[in-house]
Design a protein around this ligand. Structure first.
Ligand code: CUA
Length: 168
């Protein structure tokens, strides 16, 4: 069968595109540094967040050498901690974030990183993040959560290891 040269070119381009799409999707799912937020964090009664052992006094605590856990409550229209006091962690640390909401659906996006999750009442979102260098990160809520949504933001301060005196 005779296939025209342009026909062959078009066929090759089509196959290349399909391979490219599959590669993109594969990278987006299992690529290095890419992790999905799943239901690992467990569930919580959203009406009793303030009575929960981990979330009644949320914040950062050290759980091992260079290992920290940060419990954060998202509510209309702030992160606790994060908004009125920054979340402070030392550089050269791995921080596991546990974020939950006591009212409506919020977002938790650490600006400039791939840390980004919905914060759903009743669910605890769990994410592990590595902080190498001292710097400041912004946190934004990127799910519309009410009249003050656009003001809902916070800060993470990654401080030099030697200056660290506990989290906020
Ligand atoms: Cu919280 Cu938008």
């Amino acid at each position: 069968m005779e296939i025209h040269r342009f026909e062959k070119l078009w066929l090759a381009a089509g196959i290349l595109l399909i391979v490219g799409f599959i590669a993109t999707v594969t990278y987006g799912a299992v690529g290095e540094g890419v992790a999905m937020v799943n239901d690992d964090g467990g569930t919580i009664d959203p009406t009793k967040v303030s009575e929960d052992a981990n979330f009644s006094d949320p914040g950062v605590e050290q759980v091992g050498p260079h290992e920290y856990e940060a419990h954060i409550v998202a509510q209309q229209f702030l992160f606790k901690p994060g908004t009125s006091t920054p979340i402070r962690v030392p550089a050269n640390s791995t921080v596991t974030f546990y974020v939950t909401s006591s009212d409506v659906v919020h977002g938790f996006n650490i600006v400039g990183t791939n840390v980004n999750t919905m914060v759903i009442p009743g669910q605890v979102a769990k994410m592990k993040v590595r902080f190498e260098e001292p710097r400041e990160y912004g946190i934004v809520c990127n799910e519309y959560c009410g009249a003050g949504h656009h003001t809902m933001a916070g800060t993470i301060e990654v401080v030099p290891e030697d200056d660290y005196e506990g989290g906020a």
